[in-house]
Design a protein around this ligand. Structure first.
Ligand code: DX5
Ligand code: ZN
Length: 218
């Protein structure tokens, strides 16, 4: 099994002191910092943009894992790369036929490229780009808000995605995002995920080091 990486989502952090929040979760064991960017169009909510990412970048050496929940992502990838993203992940549902070109554009910026699909999009929808990507993200909630309930029917999709990744022989992260708790994290890992996003589970816990360690080791 690949090493498990924990990616706290700062959507559930205290926005009034985001630099400190990011430093704190890094010191407490976060491998990736999951950055949920929302545009009020692709999803029915706003979060933050490239300016916040740029300003918190000096507070952490962890991998900056930018999840773009925005329309027309190709217009903005350069700014998110410049802000300090290590990985930029774009939605199949926002790119349609432009997915492969946008993945290539992300890579040309010297950043790792991820692709993400919603719970109701089949794994088959990203088959054409699997040979180009560094990370595949499966949503286990419909994107837009933290603190939602994990959708169980995503578990077989994780197994399917894991098999697809194995068939490439390449080292591609399989990340799962939404509603992950200490109760369901084992099932997510057993299905084949190696990057675990957790927003409310990490930030609502007073002992962040403990919860990050448990998410990794359970
Ligand atoms: C949902 C976001 C997730 C979410 C995770 O739109 O992409 O990253 O904030 O938060 P929890 O872990 O609370 O579901
Ligand atoms: Zn996310």
């Amino acid at each position: 099994m690949k090493n498990i990486k924990i990616a706290p989502s700062i959507l559930s952090a205290d926005f009034s002191k985001m630099g400190q929040e990011v430093a704190d979760i890094t010191a407490n064991g976060a491998d990736y910092i999951h950055l949920d960017v929302m545009d009020g169009n692709f999803v029915p909510n706003f979060s933050f943009g490239q300016k916040l990412i740029k300003e918190i970048r000096p507070y952490s050496k962890a991998v900056f894992d930018t999840h773009l929940m925005i329309l027309n992502p190709w217009k903005y990838i350069e700014e998110f790369a410049k802000a300090g993203s290590d990985i930029i992940t774009i939605h199949k549902e926002a790119c349609g036929e432009r997915l492969l070109d946008t993945v290539k554009a992300v890579k040309s910026l010297g950043v790792k490229a991820g692709v993400v699909i919603n719970p109701d999009t089949p794994v088959d929808a990203i088959k054409d780009v699997i040979d180009e990507i560094d990370l595949l993200l499966l949503m286990s909630v419909f994107p837009g808000f933290g603190g939602q309930k994990f959708i169980e029917y995503v578990l077989p999709k994780i197994e399917q995605a894991s098999a697809l990744i194995k068939s490439t022989g390449r080292n591609i992260d399989l990340e799962v995002d939404g509603g992950i708790t200490l109760e369901n994290v084992k099932a997510v890992k057993d299905a084949g995920a190696n990057v675990i996003v957790a927003g409310s589970t990490v930030f609502n816990c007073p002992d962040r080091a403990k919860v990050i360690k448990e998410l990794r080791e359970i």
